[in-house]
Design a protein around this ligand. Structure first.
Ligand SMILES: [Zn+2]
Length: 454
C-alpha cells in the first residue's frame, strides 16, 4: 500500500514536472508557432521559414503584441530579412494598422509600401487616404512626394468656335480678302488666338496665350485663293492668299498665331481651283509640303468631294482611302497629324458609325467636322460626339455676332501636386479634391471636364 502510495506520489511528481516543463519550455515554442501558423498562409512561407531563426525575441514579441492580424503578414516579410524590427519599421507598421485596418496587401503592394520607408517624409503619404487598390496605380520613386506643377483650366464657357472658310476672293464661294482681313482683326481684338485642331482634340491648351480664347480656323476645298504662289516656280507666296495673309498677320500679332486646317479633296489637284480655271497644277505637292512643314494641318475631304448622305459604307471608305493614298507620299509619318475629316457639303452618312469604324493603315479618324452647328464643346473624355463637331460658317455677320459671345477663355490655375498622384486622372482628382483648395466649379483636367464641389 505504502509502496503503491509512494509510487503514486512519484508518478504525480513526474506528471507535475512534465506539466511545468511543458509550460516553461514549450510555451515559447507555442508562441512562436502561433506566429508561424499565421504566416504560413502568406505568400512568403519559405522566406519566413528561412528567416525565423534570425528573429530575436524582442521582434517576435513585438509581432505577437502589435500585429495580431494576419492581414499584415505580407508586410512582415521585409523585417525577416535582418531579423530585427527597427523603430522606423515599427512606426511604419503602426501607420499601416491605423490607416488600413484589416487590409490585405498583395506582394507588389507590400513591396511598394515598404519602399516608402526609405523616404524621409514617408509619413506624409499616410495623410492621403489611398485605398489598397489605388496603391497599384501610384508612381513609386524616391522623389514621389516632391510636388510638381499641374495646370487646370476653369471652364468659364465650354464652347470653342471652329470657323469654316472656303475661297477668299470670290463671294460666290466665300468672302472677299478684305472681309477675311477684317474678320482676323475682329478675332484678334476680341481676344482670340488660333489653335491647332490636334491640340484641341488632345485638350492641350498650353500653346494658347494666358487670358486668350482659342479659335480654330478651317479652310475647305483647296481653292487657289487659300494658297497661291506669285510665280510658276513656287518661290514666293502670294501675300494676299490665306497662307500669306495668316503669316503676315501673325508676324504683326504673334499672340494670334497662324494655325489653320485645310480640308482637301483630290479630284482636282489641291490649291489649283479658281472659278472657271485650274492654275498652278504642278505646284500642289509643293504647297501641301509647305503647309505640313510650317505647322499648318491637312484634313481629309474625300477623293471626289462626295456627299455621304445615302451613300454605301464601302463607297464612303473608298472615298476616304483614296484621299489618304494620294496624300500619303507627302504625309508619310505626318499621317498621324492629318486624321480629321470634313463632311463634303456638310452631309452626314446615314450610318453614323462609319467614321468611328474607319481605319487607314491602322489609324482612325479622330474627329469630323460638319458645316454648321455653332461652337464646338471643349473636348472631354465623356464626349463621344467627335465625329460630329459643329462649325460656324465664316460669314461676316456670324463672325461679328460670334466674337462677343462668351467662348472659352484660357485662365490657368497652377496647383502643386505630389508627383506620386500624377500617374492617373483619378488619383489627381482625389488629391485635388482633398488638398487642392480650389474654388467650386467646372475645370478642364487631363482633357476632361471635371467638377469640384465647394
Ligand atoms: Zn467642301
Amino acid at each position: 500500500m505504502y509502496r503503491i502510495e509512494k509510487e503514486g506520489r512519484t508518478f504525480l511528481c513526474f506528471a507535475l514536472s512534465v506539466c511545468f516543463a511543458f509550460l516553461f519550455w514549450f510555451s515559447p515554442i507555442c508562441l512562436k508557432y502561433s506566429v508561424l501558423e499565421k504566416l504560413r498562409d502568406t505568400s512568403y512561407p519559405q522566406v519566413f521559414q528561412e528567416n525565423l531563426s534570425k528573429l530575436n525575441k524582442m521582434s517576435l514579441s513585438y509581432i505577437e503584441s502589435t500585429l495580431p492580424s494576419p492581414e499584415y503578414s505580407n508586410l512582415l516579410y521585409f523585417f525577416f530579412q535582418d531579423g530585427v524590427i527597427s523603430d522606423n519599421e515599427k512606426n511604419f507598421l503602426s501607420l499601416i494598422q491605423k490607416n488600413y485596418p484589416n487590409t490585405y496587401f498583395s506582394k507588389p503592394q507590400a513591396e511598394k509600401l515598404f519602399t516608402l520607408t526609405n523616404l524621409k517624409k514617408f509619413e506624409e503619404f499616410f495623410k492621403y487616404k489611398i485605398s489598397a487598390g489605388e496603391i497599384d496605380q501610384l508612381a513609386f520613386s524616391s522623389d514621389m512626394l516632391d510636388r510638381i506643377s499641374q495646370e487646370i483650366y476653369p471652364v468659364n464657357s465650354n464652347k470653342i468656335p471652329i470657323l469654316m472658310y472656303h475661297s477668299i476672293e470670290d463671294t460666290r464661294v466665300g468672302i472677299t480678302r478684305e472681309s477675311f482681313l477684317n474678320q482676323l482683326n475682329m478675332l484678334y481684338e476680341n481676344g482670340f488666338s488660333t489653335m491647332k485642331m490636334e491640340d484641341y482634340l488632345n485638350g492641350d491648351f498650353s500653346k494658347i496665350p494666358e487670358g486668350r480664347k482659342p479659335v480654330i480656323l478651317t479652310f475647305d476645298d483647296g481653292w487657289i485663293s487659300q494658297f497661291r504662289y506669285l510665280d510658276e516656280k513656287g518661290e514666293k507666296i502670294d501675300p494676299a492668299c490665306v497662307v500669306g495673309t495668316l503669316e503676315s498677320f501673325s508676324n504683326k500679332y504673334p499672340l494670334f498665331g497662324k494655325s489653320a486646317v485645310f480640308y482637301l479633296y483630290m479630284r482636282i489637284p489641291p490649291f489649283c481651283c479658281s472659278i472657271g480655271s485650274i492654275q498652278q497644277q504642278k505646284l500642289w505637292q509643293k504647297k501641301v509640303k509647305y503647309l505640313i512643314d510650317n505647322g499648318f494641318e491637312i484634313g481629309n475631304h474625300t477623293l471626289n468631294h462626295k456627299y455621304f448622305i445615302h451613300e454605301k459604307e464601302q463607297e464612303i471608305k473608298k472615298e476616304l482611302d483614296e484621299f489618304y493614298s494620294k496624300m500619303f507620299p507627302l504625309l508619310g509619318k505626318n499621317l498621324k497629324h492629318a486624321l480629321t475629316f470634313a463632311y463634303p457639303g456638310g452631309y452626314l452618312p446615314d450610318n453614323k458609325t462609319v467614321l468611328n469604324n474607319y481605319r487607314y493603315k491602322g489609324f482612325s479618324i479622330k474627329a469630323s467636322v460638319k458645316a454648321s452647328g455653332g461652337g464646338a464643346i471643349v473636348p472631354s473624355g465623356q464626349n463621344n460626339n467627335l465625329q460630329e463637331l459643329p462649325r460656324i460658317p465664316a460669314e461676316d455677320y456670324l463672325v461679328k455676332a460670334m466674337v462677343t459671345q462668351p467662348f472659352f477663355r484660357k485662365t490657368s490655375l497652377k496647383i502643386q501636386i505630389p508627383k506620386m498622384f500624377l500617374s492617373s486622372h483619378n488619383l489627381k482628382m482625389m488629391w485635388i479634391k482633398e488638398n487642392g483648395n480650389i474654388p467650386a466649379g467646372s475645370y478642364i483636367l487631363d482633357n476632361q471636364i471635371v467638377q469640384f464641389p465647394s
